[in-house]
Design a protein around this ligand. Structure first.
Ligand code: GLA
Length: 396
């Protein structure tokens, strides 16, 4: 057993006594490009990263769910007979929200009642979570929890659900229980990620395609620049962007912005108010940039995708207005220090930027960004490399 798994088993024993029935893990994600496109039925291109949440789990003889996390004190308990999505709060809302959503799926899907409808064949569980995915950095630490727990429950409750379905369960937990109106990208990346590949998501029909990144061959890599400024998607900014997009689609007479392409921009400009137009323009151009990035990776290689990352950042800064001074500085500074491309990643309003760098330049880019943050009087950023890694898996 490797060190992490040994630590996780030890943590489980210290909380619950004895050994777990199994260990499951799921990674956080970095989105290479395609931001706020998922809930517009568009394209996104994330990777699963080499930072994971692990859950050790054991079936109980009764109906109690007990959950503990090495990041928070205490053990939270709730009976499967009283699993009420409206009563779940704090960090435990993520694992218990997944248990609620899984129990609904076990009861026959979306239509069944919450709480009372949990089938009697489902047993209680002890769950112990540990994670090295930084929280609040826009790296989907919440999706990592959701997907690790979803995979564990799928096995222990013998539900036989496929990964796309597990992704929807994680999203449902986040939307309904946590109250964040997020899309399907984070859970899809965490469940479907592959080493050295980006996952091209078509959020209209939820099809996915693994696309080779070729970073090693091109001598390039990704740096995450966590600005350590907070973001929370349950807050207003994310939801208001989503509403603008839906409003724009309605006023342009389409079911979702996915139905529109660059040729529709003049009509959108004529029909929409300035702000809604800029929101719509971001989504339309961002979908195109995802496709352009994938084409460039396949034809001219990783060193040629920088332009799309840079343009994506400008579009988020100026049209979608979800960047922050810290994210803008991280991007500008990385670019000045020779990054191939850089952009904020994730939902925005804080969190992390990514920089695609030549391996030989990585140290200088990191040092330059840290220096510029210090000069600006900002909190020192947390800068680290990430690699595209395998999605959720059973470890033991
Ligand atoms: C958050 C959400 C995702 C997606 C991104 C923005 O990470 O959870 O569904 O909308 O923001 O691309």
């Amino acid at each position: 057993m490797n060190e992490v798994l040994e630590r996780e088993s030890g943590y489980f024993s210290s909380q619950f006594g004895g050994a777990p029935d199994g260990l499951w893990s799921a990674p956080g994600r970095v989105n290479l490009i395609g931001e706020h496109t998922d809930y517009n039925e568009g394209f996104a291109f994330p990777i699963a990263i080499d930072k994971r949440t692990t859950v050790a789990a054991r079936v109980r003889a009764d109906r109690l769910l007990r959950v503990t996390s090495s990041s928070f004190p205490g053990v939270i308990e709730v009976s499967l007979d009283h699993l009420d999505p409206d009563a779940l709060t704090g960090w435990a809302a993520y694992p218990l929200g997944v248990a609620w959503a899984m129990s609904r799926a076990a009861a026959g899907g979306a239509g069944s009642a919450a709480g009372s409808g949990v089938p009697s064949r489902l047993s209680g569980l002890d769950l112990a979570l540990t994670s090295d995915v930084p929280a609040g950095a826009g790296l989907s630490s919440s999706a990592a929890v959701e997907c690790a727990v979803a995979l564990a429950l799928n096995d222990l409750w013998d539900l036989g659900l496929g990964r796309p379905e597990l992704a929807r369960i994680g999203q449902l937990a986040e939307n309904r229980v946590v109250g964040a109106p997020t899309g399907i990208m984070d859970q899809s990346a965490s469940l479907l990620g592959e080493p050295d590949h980006g996952i091209l998501l078509d959020c209209q029909n939820l099809t996915t395609e693994a696309v080779a990144l070729g970073f090693a061959g091109a001598g390039v890599g990704l740096l995450v620049i966590d600005t350590r400024t907070s973001h929370s998607h349950a807050d207003g900014g994310y939801a208001s962007r989503r509403r603008s997009c839906e409003d724009g689609a309605r006023r342009l007479g389409v079911g979702s912005l996915r139905a529109l392409g660059p040729a529709d921009l003049p009509r959108a400009a004529a029909q929409l108010d300035g702000q809604t137009y800029r929101r719509v323009r971001h989504i339309i151009t961002e979908n195109q940039r995802v496709l352009d990035t994938v084409t460039a990776l396949r034809t001219s290689g990783a060193a040629t995708i920088g332009r799309f990352l840079n343009e994506s950042h400008l579009s988020m800064r100026d049209d979608f207005e979800i960047s922050t001074p810290e994210l803008d500085l991280a991007v500008a500074s990385a670019q000045e220090m020779g990054a191939i491309g850089a952009r904020m990643t994730g939902g925005g309003f804080g969190g992390a930027a990514i920089a695609l760098v030549r391996n030989d330049d990585a140290a200088a880019v990191a040092a330059g960004v840290a220096r510029d943050f210090a000069r600006a009087g900002y909190t020192a950023p947390h800068i680290f490399p990430v690699t595209a890694s395998e999605g959720a898996r059973r470890e033991l």
